[in-house]
Design a protein around this ligand. Structure first.
Ligand code: ZN
Length: 97
């Protein structure tokens, strides 16, 4: 009798916890990587957000000054421009391929 209850609670409790783990991984995976706006592909500025920076400090709270997009981005560690190049190019200097 108790083993059936333990199996039931263990199975559905495990499924409940597993759902949050999988959802966290999927939402982290679908976040755009880098510092570019997902709407207009312009470079974004890092802004401070008291709630997001406290809950998810490893994500980059970003704001796009061209289209006013706010959101979270995954930072990439090697996000540095090559020597001699401006880290934030202006609109006219950007080259699109
Ligand atoms: Zn934008």
């Amino acid at each position: 009798m108790w083993t059936d209850a333990a199996i039931f609670i263990g199975f559905f409790g495990g499924m409940f916890v597993l759902r949050f783990i999988v959802a966290t991984i999927v939402f982290f995976w679908i976040l755009p990587e880098g510092d570019q706006c997902p709407l207009c592909n312009a470079h974004t500025l890092r802004v401070q957000s008291r709630i997001w920076n406290r809950c998810l400090p490893w994500l980059r709270t970003s704001w796009c000054f061209e289209c006013d997009w706010h959101g979270l981005l995954r930072p990439i560690p090697a996000l540095r421009a090559p020597a001699g190049e401006s880290p934030v190019p202006t609109g006219s200097a950007r080259v699109r391929r």
